[in-house]
Ligand binder design. Sequence first.
Ligand code: HEM
Length: 410
Amino acid sequence: MDIDLADLGFWRRPLAERHEAFTRLRRLDTPVFFEEKRVPLLRSGKGFYALVRHADVVEASRNAKVFSSEPAVTNPEPPGWVKHVFGESMVNMDDPRHARLRRIVSRAFSPKMLSNLQGDIDKACTRIVDDVVAAGPGGDFVTRVAARLPIHVICDMMGIPDAMREKVHRHVDVSTAYTGVRPSLPQTLRMAGQNMLALLALQRMVIELGRERAREPRGDLVSALVTANVDGERLTDRELGSFFALLLVAGNETARNTMAHGIRLLTDNPDQRELLLADFDGRIGGAIEEMVRHVSPIMQFRRTVTQDYDLRGLHLKPGDKVVLFYGSANRDEAVFPDPDRFDITRDAKAHVGFGGPGPHFCLGANLARQEIRTMFRELFTRLPGIRSVGEPELLLSNFDNSVRTQRFTF
Ligand code: HEM
């Protein structure tokens, strides 16, 4: 077969070619195994079975006892030292440790917290569009619009003081640059080092802030996370650092890439744009689900098998790796007829763009929806002619469906 999902070269191919390859993989009777090369310090070389059908991704996500998120969900599997340095993130944990952390940090995503954030999100979107109007048509949609909102919202949510924000932005820029696929090992190692230092700096900043808030709590999220709730539960320094890093990694690129791909999808499909603008409030909910389905901002996550298990003709053994290809599951024709078509009126609810149903389902899904809805409402209300120009420049990555630049006008 001319498809090798473990070869980073595959992820350099144009999106349409990759989708066509996944269509062929979905037609096969059982999931295919991909060999992986071992790279000292960076990759274990264990290889994995590719879960490309919607039903298989759902089955693995739901069954977390068999399909474990430990030691890590990224693919290729990071070496043990990464965990040692970065502390542990809930996305890479199983219950009961995962359940405990999720219980504590869920405070951040309660409907009340999200509704309190709406005013901040409104203000941020207004400011972003003010700046777009002042600068005039033309430029890059990612830097001028999409990249500005999610990180701002995460800082607001955590209660990061204004004086610290510029530093946060700088470190986040460095740390997200790492998600790309690099051509050479020395370059990869250099970027991995920079990424590691940036993430450690971010963790140190928030740990310091947590210590201040533990002494003198305020009404913000960091205070809530470091002071004990009625059951005596609170985050330790290290857990707070890891959680902040996870939010910045999980909640930043994903939302911005959905918006950047979203403006292009609405431009390339004028009938869908017309439908949306004819009844924005009635249709934006469905449009966002369809964007997340069509884009699949996170393309894959991995699981490690804990016990003997049969999955669609495949006998899995403890220690086997499977990779959940969300982008492929989201275009499974068995669930989404004519899956390449962008159709904001289709029932896209079953998509797995926020992960499959199960304990790790995206904690920030409603926040992401809120950000995207507010941003597009502000853009289309004030700049009804806004549209993308030309093709996006994509970041070379096997993980994030990331838009580096997307020109736009209005
Ligand atoms: C369109 C935007 C987003 C997409 C496509 C997305 C996608 C995902 C996916 C696929 C997972 C599942 C991981 C798994 O099953 O192993 C996940 C988990 C998670 N996401 Fe999101 N995400 C988005 C936005 C956000 C935002 C805005 C935040 C927070 C600010 C966030 C925070 C998280 C967290 C904390 C987890 C880990 C949950 C756990 O392990 O229990 N996400 N996300």
